[in-house]
Design a protein. Structure first.
Length: 399
């Protein structure tokens, strides 16, 4: 994993230097107020290190999808305010609709060591997502060093994630370093046994991940809506459960591949099925080969929970991406809760990725028992697929 060998902020002299930091401040807003500031908190260690080491800090991020034009509702003003509170010092927002404008240039030129400023939403510029050289150069012109600390967008080759790295020495911040250390380490040199738990709705979304993990894991556990495509391959009747008919053969191939490589490949043996896709639908437990017509699987059943929990118990490393059922509904959250509990109790190095499993673990109160909760949805999936992430590839290697 060449990603493990990237320079970090500690490998470069930052004293007195203007440092452009790409953060992931893509926070949820309601009526102009931040409803969850986890991403801001996650960026603080890198920002504080730079302040303490006398850098002149210029932060940038995207927020939402303004589609390349200035829209005030996507302004980073609430983020500047929240950052000022956390850092105990003013973080000036450069209010330029064109991002790198007169305000940004003026504020940047007046920065003292340890000062922090924030540029406006980089996606106000249509060039950002197309990685157009001119905007990358404008961003780079403000600084002397580039730090990427936005793992959530590391799978995108944009001006502020990779383009800038063509013009400035580029290193990673603590957040990306942590992602690389945990996720890269789990794939390159895991403490065994390595158990992967994959859930969520679609096999097609996770196909690359499963294929890559079959070569690395000791056990693969499949739950969630995607499990029914595997059951279909086994000839089970799955009622009205989620099915990706085009992927049935591929599911069978993956099971055969796992078997040939001696990987323990587990799918649910029983399910909690409902009459309708509704939180309060009539529900019952049935075996995986006995789902009645007109019913749909919405969670794993008690025997599956026992099977999965046993497999997790002895794990050295666990990678978990995706819930076991419709975990946001209390009636169909038991499978996800059982798995979360088992991972928390296992003592394994535990890496949770993907929005739904992260939300489930957080909501159920298990977050502080996990070794690492990934900040990237799509990025963590692509990392687990073994793909090179452009935002990491663009950084300088250690000598």
């Amino acid at each position: 994993m060449e990603a493990l060998n990237k320079k970090t902020i500690e490998d470069i002299e930052v004293q007195g230097k203007k440092v452009l930091v790409r953060c992931d401040f893509n926070v949820p807003l309601k009526d102009g107020e931040i409803t969850n500031d986890k991403r801001i908190v996650a960026a603080l260690p890198t920002i504080k290190y730079l302040i303490e080491n006398g850098a002149k800090v210029i932060l940038c991020s995207h927020l939402g999808r303004p589609k390349g034009e200035y829209k005030p509702e996507f302004s980073l003003a609430p983020v500047a305010k929240k950052l000022s509170e956390y850092l105990g010092k003013e973080v000036k927002l450069a209010e330029d609709p064109e991002v790198v404008g007169e305000n940004a240039k003026k504020i940047a030129s007046e920065l003292e060591n340890g000062d922090v400023m924030l540029l406006e939403n980089v996606r106000y510029r249509a060039e950002e997502t197309k990685n157009v050289e001119t905007f990358s150069k404008e961003l780079a012109s403000l600084a002397e060093i580039f730090v990427n600390d936005a793992f959530g967008t590391a799978h995108r080759a944009h001006c502020s994630t990779t383009g800038v790295a063509d013009y400035l020495p580029a290193v990673c911040g603590y957040l990306i370093q942590k992602e690389i250390k945990f996720m890269g380490g789990a794939l390159a040199n895991p403490k065994r046994p390595l158990v992967a738990i994959l859930g969520g709705a679609k096999v097609s979304d996770k196909i690359g991940v499963i294929s890559n993990l079959i070569d690395k894991c000791d056990t693969i556990i499949i739950g969630g809506g995607m499990a029914y495509t595997f059951m279909k391959f086994l000839g089970h009747s799955i009622g009205d459960s989620l099915l990706e008919a085009d992927w049935v053969e591929k599911a069978g191939e993956m099971m055969a591949d796992a078997k040939a490589k001696g990987v323990n490949f587990l799918i649910p043996v029983d399910n909690k099925v409902g009459k309708e896709y509704d939180e309060n639908t009539e529900a019952k437990i049935v075996n995986s080969d006995e789902i009645p017509d007109g019913w749909m699987g919405l969670d794993i059943g008690p025997k599956s929970m026992e099977l999965f929990v046993d497999a997790i118990k002895g794990a050295g490393t666990v990678i978990w991406n995706g819930p076991m059922g419709v975990s946001e509904w209390e009636n169909f959250a038991a499978g996800t809760i059982a798995v979360a509990n088992a991972v928390a109790e296992s003592g394994a190095v535990s890496i949770i990725g993907g929005g739904d499993s992260v939300a489930a673990v957080t909501k159920l109160g298990f977050a502080d028992k996990m070794s690492h909760i990934s900040t990237g949805g799509g990025a963590s999936l692509e990392f687990l697929e073994g793909k090179e992430l452009p935002g990491i590839a663009a950084l300088m290697d250690k000598d």
